[in-house]
Design a protein around this ligand. Sequence first.
Ligand SMILES: *Cc1c(COP(=O)(O)O)cnc(C)c1O
Length: 419
Amino acid sequence: MRKFESVDDQMLIGGARAVDLAEEYGTPVYVTDEDAVRTNYRAVYGAFSRRMPTRINYACKANSNLAILRVLEQEGSCIDAVSIGEVEACMRAGFSSERILYTGVNVSNHELSALVNRNITINIDSLSELERLADITSGASVSFRMNPEVGAGHHEKVVTGARSTKFGVPKGRIIDAYSRAIELGFRPVGLHAHIGAGVQVAEPFANVTDVLVSVAQELESKLGLQLEFIDIGGGIGIPYRPEESPMDLDVLAEAVTSRIKNGTSVQQVIVEPGRYIIADTTVLLTTVVDLKETPDKMFAGVDAGFNTLVRPAFYGSYHHVAVANKFGRPGEMVYDVAGPICESGDHIARERLLPRLEEGDLLAVYDAGAYGFSMSSQYNMRPKCREVLVRQGRTNLIREKESIDDLLSHDRIPARLMI
Ligand SMILES: *Cc1c(COP(=O)(O)O)cnc(C)c1O
């Protein structure tokens, strides 16, 4: 969890006062500290690249705002994309096609063609996808996502590497997949696995690297195949709770790179962090609009709901909440923080000890940068909110608020219903 500075009880984000940001841009609003994005990128790139040649593929589904993508493009990052829309966004943000690796699941022929047209390297998820790709193109560099039968994560919904999930070529078929790819004229260059999300310790990454290394050895001995990269996926967790500590990147990088270097002649490691790079850079600011005392609880009603930030409702995730205009004051009362969506599951936080709240107070929801805006929706016909980038006290609007007209512009009423 990041520490924020304050002046006279006023929280600062990237050098700007939270109340000023709320005043200028309205709430709810996502506010990202640009320097924090750069610092996080450099931390993870540095830990791995000190040990072996490294490519960081930022998993842009965590946050695909064009301005954020520009920042990471400037840092030299590459991209993990999971849809043609993400590929398009990254190309518009200045990423060349060779800096994008596409890892889809249940990919349609239509999407495969669009990727081939844009010269994007495809990380193939199934034998069906391989055969269907061969009908469209040949000779391309490809890699495979294997199901490593090593899964981990902060919630059952985010474990991707376990045997029972839909992801990847089953471990028992992976050698066949490479030999078939060679037969079809492809050039297999890499091997990938992704265990899950929110993994706080190095051990599952070490375990999946062991599996990847043993497959790379088998590819070399059985098929004479020399891979260019091993991609250990993403899933590096962050401490959402005050008492948690961050992943030790040096321990992680040492565990992974020592295994690759000792076990194979593969020259490059790829890491695909999404959350680690963007989560703690961003705060969601939301205004207390209503206070309600019920026989059981005190509710702080805010203008952000699970349409704005779905993680608490969807995964039961914890996001730390502070009162931005009473920052650092001691807690006095326990509140549930709930939004305007007509579902009882619409909460941002439960049972938080906060300074006594009044209508108009400004709450800061921490660590909202990953899977925050990107998972937001217009449910209940609520337009998506603004996003703002802050750098050393200077602010830029990086996403305009949607209008109700935007929401309605895709609906069509048949003429016969207009009579
Ligand atoms: C989502 C995803 C990631 C990133 O996960 P984080 O938990 O945000 O690091 C990386 N690789 C693949 C294939 C993914 O689907």
